[in-house]
Design a protein around this ligand. Structure first.
Ligand code: AFP
Length: 335
């Protein structure tokens, strides 16, 4: 049987869907960087890559050595090819400028280099999340690319994906015409198409939320989770199961595989911040993937991909996954 590699899939996309060659190259380079990150992650203690750097990122979170290493891998892989006008990352305060010695391209790459990095030291799945936008026309303007170029709604994404470093390493990708999953064949060093048309089941009996924050949630979330917990005896008249990996990549991957609802609501711990997750490099790419797989993604009040970002590291409440449940909790917010 002929196996379809990521390269072959992308070349066929270029032919049939007019995916520009520059975008094809970009995805190939990101995939190559993910293979390098996978290699570092899998070395664990043998590679001396576990533990913290002793520094904090712009969000005030302690940076793991692998957060910093993964960020460097993505920057170095993508800065020289001429396909990007700039990059932005969870691990950098400001937009990354393509060095002047390299040509610039027409795309912007935004990423969380290592999502769920608190899982690294305990050998649980982590991942890389990325989003691709077009760089707005600069009208011949030279000089540094400002943050405003990146501040585009999720609906403007031309591609999004994630790599999951788990029992298997996979790359899950959307170019806006469905969702494909590629599994890394580590002997051949290639991502092979193994999940051709990923769809999220509309109904589910599984939910994902960090229950330890329950006392901080807003009323609609308390009501909804309370109903889930009542199971068959409650108004929803069925038993639900709960899972929480604490790496969005792994929780979303499970939902893409067998359905479910993922929630990281706004809560009262930091009232000025609407949630923990970041809009541009976590919520938007995951929302694009979930919607392309037939699921729904909102912040409780509106579609996440319609939100106009106001800053690079903006946070957002997230409810995504199986249509029926996301619509139910979104409905509770309007009551
Ligand atoms: P990092 O990317 O900083 O490791 O954070 C992971 C994450 O943003 C997301 O992937 C998880 O769903 C969420 O945080 C876990 O949060 P809790 O620490 O509240 O479980």
């Amino acid at each position: 049987m002929t196996r379809t590699s990521l390269s072959r899939f992308l070349i066929e996309q270029t032919r049939s869907h007019q995916t520009p060659a520059e975008l094809r190259f970009l995805i190939e380079v990101v995939a190559r960087a993910c293979k390098m990150i996978n290699h570092q992650v899998s070395k664990g203690a043998l590679g001396g890559v576990l533990g913290s750097m002793g520094t904090e990122n712009v969000q005030g979170e302690v940076q793991k050595k692998l957060d910093v290493l993964s960020n460097e891998i993505l920057l170095e892989a993508n800065e020289w090819g001429g396909h990007l006008a700039g990059m932005a990352s969870e691990e950098m305060d400001n937009a990354y400028q393509i060095p002047g010695k390299y040509p610039k391209g027409s795309y912007l790459l935004v990423f969380d280099p290592l999502d769920g990095s608190s899982n690294i030291d305990v050998n649980v799945s982590v991942g890389t999340i990325f989003s691709v936008l077009r760089c707005p026309d600069r009208n011949g303007e030279e000089g540094d690319l400002g943050e405003e170029a990146f501040l585009q709604a999720g609906t403007e994404q031309v591609a999004a994906g994630y790599a999951i470093y788990g029992p298997q390493t996979m790359l899950v990708l959307t170019l806006g015409n469905g969702v494909k999953g590629f599994t890394l064949d580590s002997e051949m060093g290639s991502f092979i198409l193994t999940h051709d048309n990923i769809r999220v089941p509309e109904t589910t009996a599984e939910f994902a939320i960090n229950m330890s924050n329950q006392r901080h949630w807003e009323a609609p979330v308390k009501r909804y989770v309370d109903e889930l917990l009542q199971g068959q005896e409650g108004p929803l008249e069925k038993d639900y199961n709960m899972r929480w990996v604490a790496a969005m990549v792994a929780d979303v991957h499970r939902i893409l595989t067998r359905g479910g609802i993922f929630m990281y609501p706004r809560d009262a711990r930091e009232p000025e911040k609407p949630g923990k997750l970041r809009l541009m490099y976590e919520a938007n790419p995951m929302s694009f993937i979930i919607e392309q797989a037939g699921g729904v993604s909102t912040n409780g009040h509106q579609r996440i991909m319609d939100i106009q970002p106001e800053s690079l590291h903006e946070r957002v409440a997230v409810f995504l996954g199986s249509k029926d449940e996301v619509e139910r909790i979104t409905g509770y917010h309007s009551k």
